[in-house]
Ligand binder design. Structure first.
Ligand code: PNS
Length: 160
């Protein structure tokens, strides 16, 4: 059985992430979507909230499982019997950091390879931080995230 891991912060999940999940899930028997639980960062959404949002967003992808991890990505992948990490590339500006991360992960765990999928052009500009920025000013993020995510962001910025 082939299993891959698509890791990220997903704070929050966007249409760009869902596009990568949809395409990557077609290449593997099982796709884990891994939410980083980083205790040093203060995300907008808790790891539990991010996992829940991804579960709703991915409910139609039957071979996708949402998990959270803390610590090193390569170690988590190894423990989970995963040799393939999926990352999306939006533009050349992503490449330098992604290459460094892929090479570091391979150094930590030699069995860990990274497969890059280019983001669909319609989402090439999109990131979770842009979504948070627009939403924080009360802007419309309905083109960037599913409805239920938009509602959750609005509730967050209202302090609910
Ligand atoms: O969505 P992001 O924030 O670009 O995802 C980055 C992420 C979470 C995949 C990456 O920062 C990560 O997994 N960090 C965990 C710590 C780690 O393994 N660092 C070494 C890789 S260079």
């Amino acid at each position: 059985m082939t299993r891959a891991l698509y890791p990220g912060s997903f704070d929050p999940v966007t249409y760009g992430h869902i596009d990568i999940i949809s395409r990557a899930s077609g290449f593997f028997d099982e796709l884990y979507v891994g939410v980083l639980n980083n205790k040093e960062k203060t995300p907008l959404f808790s790891v539990e909230e991010r996992v829940k949002m991804l579960e709703i967003a991915c409910k139609d992808f039957l071979n996708v499982k949402i998990v959270s991890y803390s610590g090193l990505l390569a170690e988590y992948a190894k423990q989970s019997g995963i040799n393939v990490i999926i990352r999306g590339l939006r533009a050349v500006t992503d490449f330098e950091y992604e290459l460094q991360m892929a090479q570091t992960n391979r150094k930590i765990s030699s069995s860990c390879d990274t497969v890059f999928l280019t983001t669909s052009l319609e989402y090439a500009y999109l990131s979770s931080s842009i979504v948070r920025e627009v939403a924080s000013y009360g802007g419309d993020v309905s083109n960037f995230v599913p409805d239920f995510v938009e509602k959750s962001i609005k509730a967050k910025y209202r302090g609910e």
